[in-house]
Write a protein that binds this ligand. Structure first.
Ligand code: BGC
Length: 753
């Protein structure tokens, strides 16, 4: 033991410990002056070391690469023991003793899982979202992780794309506020052991893949990038995000990973990003398929474009030395990337204490605690969106016979949603268990699965979590369900997608409720009993028939580890629902991409038009508007909006005005309302969206209470990027709209002088 301590002390003296006293530049200069070319390139290599490490043992290939200085970081390894074993090799045995950065996809929680990000965004509760990221960082750091691949801030307008579930929906303003909050939540100021580094992703435009097809082509004008897609990335950079992940897709014909304009000109020069850029999984290798050359040329191009770390291709470690000798990259290119990776480790405090995140005693204290779970449960209740509540079926009373029916009702694995690398589903409840707890001793809960997830067995099994839902004979399953439905006073139908029918590689061409579930739902409605549909989904789905026939609909997304209790809280009225949609729900799949902040057309059709109009911009077979619009969501109480009062209807181009509206809770329950502000520039140098969200406030109103809500209108809210990509404000008339959702708005106008 004594011998070990001495060796360790020597290591610290030689590399990290003493020198950490020095400022970052000086420290890293000193370190890099001693590094070989191979060791510098090694810092740019990031590999998965997940399943290949068990207990304290380390896979010999990974161990060898760390030992020889061939690896700067690892990811998706779970547990302090495993990570410590890897860090020991880096810090105690490799020549330069440089600690590893240790990443993981901690997307919406670690073991305490929050709702999928799309669900979380529907809370519009920025402090709560920040708190969720802080809590996720606390848990991840307690288990040895110091870097998360989150937040994902890709604007997504087409719900056929499965990764809609990982972002904050279709709006750049809301998306920006959420992006900043998550960066603050994860990183803090890096001073605490509970702060980890965030990784903004996927830079850029991944959410715009054509036809919503995964990994597909992206092609977009620059004014659209700057005005609609870039804002959340920029906001996260301005909030100080430490790292950025490039996206798989093309930007202007060049893969983002090797796009110099994107990574150098926009990210670093225009936005002043000073952290490091990591590729997405294997994306240098994918450039070969994009037709950009061989691995050596693609790796060189990637480095030169401003990407610093290679996730899983081994293109950098495999080819950069050769490229240097052939003049395809310079030593300065390699040094710059190496420096950025080392700076990240310095900022995290890893040189000062490589074991900062490896305190085995924290697991018990910090992970899946009652306190963390309470935070997740509360955010889950805020994420649910009540879409319909005919005759106030909800909240339910805890009495009589309640039938719980549907393939999502009794599954543990599906509650948390997709992208939960570190989750522990055995600790989570099924919805059935949650409801049983809630009604125990007061009502009878009758349960039947009712149907398979999908009629097509192969489709059900293609989705990993679909496999966890038992398959049976659909006729038999339905007969059992109808039997209990007929005995009950009310039916809760738990239906929709399984957890990974959304997420990466989960595009869908049909957004309707899967066939056998729809057939079951129709029969449940035909019983004449009141039906409450809980729609599980990771995207906007089509609920057309449901909206016309089912009594109550609540979109519950995937609510995380506490889903079961959170749904019970809202169903029985212990919590009044307050979530509002951050994606427009279409009337039919063919409307996608559907989003409220679209540009006007030359042949517009007025909102709400039901009939087809020849030679106007509409479809023969479906109306233009959303079934449920962006910003929409009901409460168990009702809110009434007064008229908008402006402090002045004229605003100087460097001044500001105030817009105030009175909101009254006109129902008999206390509730939260999300008051939304939209702006429209009537005349501009380029065509501008019909409306754009520019502010929101989540307010609490007791029954009968009313409040004035005031928004400050500043030039910043009115500016946009013009044809020359200059950020400008047009003088002239603007419409200002306030209301409970993007289609139900009071409007006034004002003039910017
Ligand atoms: C995903 C990223 C993720 C990475 C590492 C990729 O396939 O696109 O979002 O962070 O894998 O797991």
């Amino acid at each position: 033991m004594r011998k070990f301590l001495m060796t360790f002390a020597l290591v610290l003296t030689a590399s990290a410990g003493m020198a950490q006293q020095k400022p970052m530049d000086e420290y890293i200069n000193g370190l890099m002056s001693k590094m070989t070319l191979k060791e510098k390139i090694g810092q740019l290599n990031l590999m998965v070391a997940g399943d290949i490490t068990t207990g304290g043992k380390v896979d010999t290939k990974v161990a060898g690469d760390i030992l020889s200085g061939n690896m700067g970081g690892v990811f998706n390894v779970k547990g302090v023991d495993k990570i410590r074993a890897l860090q020991d090799i880096a810090v105690k045995k490799s020549r330069m003793h440089i600690p590893l950065i240790v990443g993981m996809d901690v997307i919406h929680g670690y073991e305490t899982i929050f709702p999928i990000p799309l669900g979380t965004s529907c809370s519009w509760d920025i402090p709560a979202i920040e708190h969720s990221a802080r809590t996720a960082a606390k848990e991840a750091s307690a288990d040895g992780i110091n870097w998360t691949y989150s937040p994902m801030v890709d604007i997504a307008l087409d719900s056929r794309w499965g990764r809609v579930c990982e972002g904050s929906g279709e709006d750049p303003y809301l998306g920006s506020r959420i992006a900043e909050a998550m960066v603050r939540g994860y990183q803090g100021d890096y001073s605490s052991k509970e702060n980890i580094m965030a990784c903004l992703k996927h830079f850029a435009l991944y959410g715009a893949v054509e036809a919503g097809k995964e990994y597909n082509t992206v092609d977009m004008s620059r004014i659209r990038m700057y005005n609609q897609y870039f804002p959340p990335y920029k906001a996260a950079v301005e909030a100080g995000v430490g790292s950025v992940m490039s996206s798989f897709n093309l930007v202007d014909g060049i893969p983002a990973t090797a796009n110099k304009w994107l990574l150098n000109d926009v990210l670093r020069n225009q936005w002043h990003f000073n952290g490091f850029v990591v590729t997405d999984y294997g994306s240098i290798g994918e450039m070969i398929n994009h037709g950009l050359g061989n691995l050596q040329d693609c790796s060189a191009m990637t480095l030169k474009a401003g990407t610093d770390m290679d996730m899983c291709t081994q293109g950098f470690v495999g080819t950069l030395e050769k490229s240097l000798s052939e003049g395809k990259v310079t030593l300065a290119d390699i040094d710059t990337a190496c420096r950025r990776v080392l700076e990240a480790k310095y900022k995290l405090g890893l040189f000062k204490d490589p074991y900062k995140y490896l305190d085995a005693s924290r697991r018990k204290r910090d992970i899946f605690t009652a306190q963390n779970r309470a935070i997740a449960r509360s955010l889950a209740t805020e994420s649910f969106v009540l879409l319909k509540n005919e005759g106030n079926v909800l909240p339910l009373q805890k009495k009589g016979k309640i039938a719980l029916i549907g393939p999502l009702a009794n599954t543990r694995a599906n509650m948390a949603g997709t992208w939960c690398v570190s989750y522990t589903p055995d600790k989570y409840s099924t919805l059935k268990e949650g409801l049983e707890r809630a009604v125990a001793g007061k009502a009878d809960l009758l349960y039947a699965q009712g149907s398979n997830l999908t009629a097509d067995e192969a489709l059900q099994k293609a989705a990993e979590f679909g496999k966890t839902i038992p398959r049976g004979d659909d006729k038999k399953l339905k007969a059992e369900a109808l039997q209990i439905a007929n005995q009950s006073d009310v039916i809760i139908a738990a239906m929709g997608e399984c957890a990974d029918m959304s997420g990466e590689s989960s595009s869908r061409s049909n957004l309707e409720l899967p066939d056998v579930q729809m057939s079951l739902l129709r029969d449940l409605v035909a019983t004449g009993k009141p039906v409450v549909l809980l729609n599980f989904s990771g995207r906007a789905t089509v609920l057309k028939w449901e909206s016309e026939h089912v009594n109550a609909i609540m979109n519950v997304w995937f609510g995380g580890s506490e889903t079961a209790d959170a749904i019970s809280d809202v169903l029985f009225g212990d919590v009044n629902p307050s979530g509002k949609l951050t994606v427009s729900l279409p009337q039919s799949t063919g409307q996608e991409p559907l989003y409220y902040n679209h540009l006007p057309t030359g042949r517009p059709v007025p909102d709400g038009t039901k009939e087809f109009r020849k030679y106007a911009s509409n479809y023969l077979d479906v109306r233009n508007d959303a079934l449920y619009p962006f910003g929409y969501g009901l409460s168990y109480t009702t809110f009434e909006y007064g008229d908008i009062r402006l402090s002045s209807d004229k605003m100087a181009s460097d001044g500001s005005i105030k817009a105030t509206i009175n909101v009254k809770n006109t129902g008999s329950r206390d509730g939260d309302e999300i008051v939304q502000l939209y702006i429209h520039d009537q005349v501009a140098g380029i065509s501008r969206p019909v409306k754009e969200l520019k502010g929101f406030q989540r307010i609490h109103l007791s029954a009968g209470e009313s409040k004035d809500v005031t928004f400050q209108i500043t030039p910043e809210l009115l500016k946009y990027y013009n044809y020359n990509l200059e950020y400008i404000l047009d003088p002239g008339t603007f419409d200002l709209m306030i209301g409970p959702n993007s289609s139900n708005l009071k409007t006034v106008s004002f003039t910017v002088m």
